[in-house]
Design a protein around this ligand. Structure first.
Ligand SMILES: Nc1nc2c(ncn2[C@@H]2O[C@H](COP(=O)(O)OP(=O)(O)OP(=O)(O)O)[C@@H](O)[C@H]2O)c(=O)[nH]1
Ligand SMILES: [Mg+2]
Length: 217
């Protein structure tokens, strides 16, 4: 695979058409940030994954990285309570954000969560895109709407990923996408249905990421 030079000395993969294409060669959980940790000043672009607890953020990140369980997943909600930065090929970071709406979380935990996410959205200089994950089976909840508006208010265009696509019939997809679009009041937002089990939707997500890398160069 040929390479194209990247601004600060890193090299990106380029496909035969000359377009940037992320080919996962190396992944490394490089930075884990708790509530009190200082956010890292990274030089690579970042894409973040936000969404309700249990919606499938870590599963999606594993699917994108082609790893079964580097990002810890769990049937028990609230598994990821730190901001985890996965360094992909020294080209980009995938940032796994802690999930919201975890029923058993105490008020102080919810407050900490809010601070952590807000700080990240406001402070990260390298954040290029926020993927907002919602369950394809359900109408977005209050927290999903808040998160969506928060992302927009911070100047980002969210890309919605409708997870657990394998749990609905194909004939229901359009109806559920419409429900999500209306629920988030998101007229032009891209909504990508995705399944971590079948990996359906993965190519479309890679396309968004490749476009981000292309625009960053
Ligand atoms: N059938 C199916 N199950 C999924 C899919 N994605 C995630 N799951 C399951 O949903 C549960 C939660 O997935 P996680 O990836 O841990 O969710 P998370 O959003 O990272 O959760 P927190 O870390 O708690 O915020 C696990 O049992 C996963 O196996 C999917 O596309 N299809
Ligand atoms: Mg998780």
């Amino acid at each position: 695979m040929p390479y194209k030079k990247y601004i600060d000395g890193n090299y990106l993969s380029v496909n035969n058409a000359g377009n940037i294409q992320l080919v996962i060669k190396n992944v490394n959980l490089e930075i884990v940030c708790g509530v009190t940790s200082k956010l890292p000043e990274t030089s690579l672009p970042e894409v973040a994954f936000a969404g309700k607890s249990n919606v499938g953020k870590s599963s999606l990140i594993n699917a994108l990285m082609n790893r079964k369980s580097l990002a810890r997943t769990s049937a028990q909600p609230g598994k990821t309570q730190t901001i985890n930065f996965y360094n992909i090929n020294e080209e980009i970071y995938f940032v796994d954000l802690p999930g919201y709406g975890y029923a058993k979380a105490s008020k102080s935990e919810v407050a900490k969560w809010g601070q952590m996410i807000e700080r990240y959205l406001k402070k990260s200089k390298q954040l290029k895109c926020v993927f907002l994950l919602v369950d394809i089976r359900h109408e977005p909840g209050e927290n999903d709407r808040l998160m969506y508006d928060w992302v927009v208010a911070n100047g980002f265009t969210p890309v919605v990923i409708a997870t657990k696509l394998d749990k609905i019939k194909r004939s229901q997809i359009d109806k559920q996408k419409k429900l999500i679009r209306e629920g988030l009041d998101s007229k032009d937002t891209l909504i990508i249905p995705f399944s971590a089990t079948s990996k359906q939707g993965r190519e479309e997500i890679y396309e968004v990421i490749d476009k981000i890398l292309e625009d960053t160069v």
